[in-house]
Design a protein around this ligand. Structure first.
Ligand code: F6R
Length: 241
């Protein structure tokens, strides 16, 4: 695992965007998986901005959305799909055939999981996975206690996720389950970047990189990834020795 600290959220996001751009320039048909949420928001916009300005060809990439709230429709601004559509897919003009997002409204969620598992394996795995860290140490919707051996699955959301998750929605929203890539996907990804910014993430980062690896704090798994990066701003790094 490698740790990189940046002055602030802007320089952190610019550096993560640069990683994405470099990957696509080097491997135009790369498989890229992103989380939604506050942490990767600026990374997404900066990637799209740079791609357009520098004419980087994203037409052959495969884009995978890390997770989705079960039962939340795509037009809901709090859905992961809405985030990906508005900040990444539409600005980069990605086609439906190259974008793969979970359908949180599907009547057959197990089939959604299998479809995603097959896609990832057919594509030869994920080249770059960019994830955030939740206030309970989750990655994607891999909640505390999750098995590290899982691929895509449906999970009952932790109380912290349900409470904190309200920040994405205009109105109080019932959140019960999530559908997510698993930590086995993360471990099999060729490169993983965990991004975190702000003082509220400082204790989480201290635990993620310093605590013993445990599925009760899923983000600790990053310590075991040979090409895992923790890219954070100075505030998020403030409790590291
Ligand atoms: C969202 C996701 C979540 C978030 C995490 C941090 O797609 O997978 O695991 O990455 O909850 O969220 P933010 O970045 O909003 O603090």
């Amino acid at each position: 695992m490698h740790l990189k600290t940046f002055k602030d959220y802007s320089s952190l996001s610019a550096a993560v965007a640069a990683e994405i751009i470099a990957l696509i320039k080097n491997k135009p048909d790369a498989v890229l998986c992103l989380a939604s949420g506050a942490s990767p928001k600026l990374t997404c916009s900066l990637t799209a901005e740079r791609a357009i300005k520098e004419n980087v060809d994203f037409s052959q990439i495969t884009f995978i959305g890390l997770d989705e709230w079960v039962g939340i429709p795509p037009e809901n601004e709090g859905s992961c799909r809405y985030f990906f559509d508005t900040l990444f897919i539409e600005p980069l003009n990605l086609s439906p055939s190259q974008t793969h997002l979970f359908d949180g409204l599907s009547g057959n969620l197990q089939k959604e999981c299998k479809k995603m598992d097959h896609l990832i394996s057919d594509k030869g795995g994920i080249d770059l996975m960019i994830v955030g860290i939740g206030m309970n140490g989750h990655i994607g919707f891999n909640e505390p206690g999750v098995s590290f051996d899982k691929y895509c699955h449906v999970i009952e959301l932790d109380e912290t996720t349900v409470t904190i998750g309200q920040k994405y929605f205009k109105e109080t929203t019932i959140l019960k389950q999530g559908i997510t890539l698993g930590l086995k996907h993360l471990m099999e990804s060729k490169q993983v970047i965990v991004i975190a910014n702000g003082i509220k993430k400082a204790e989480l980062i201290r635990r993620a990189v310093g605590d013993k690896v445990t599925n009760y704090f899923p983000a600790t798994i990053i310590q075991q990834h040979p090409n895992g990066f923790v890219m954070i701003d100075e505030e998020a790094a403030s409790l590291l020795q």
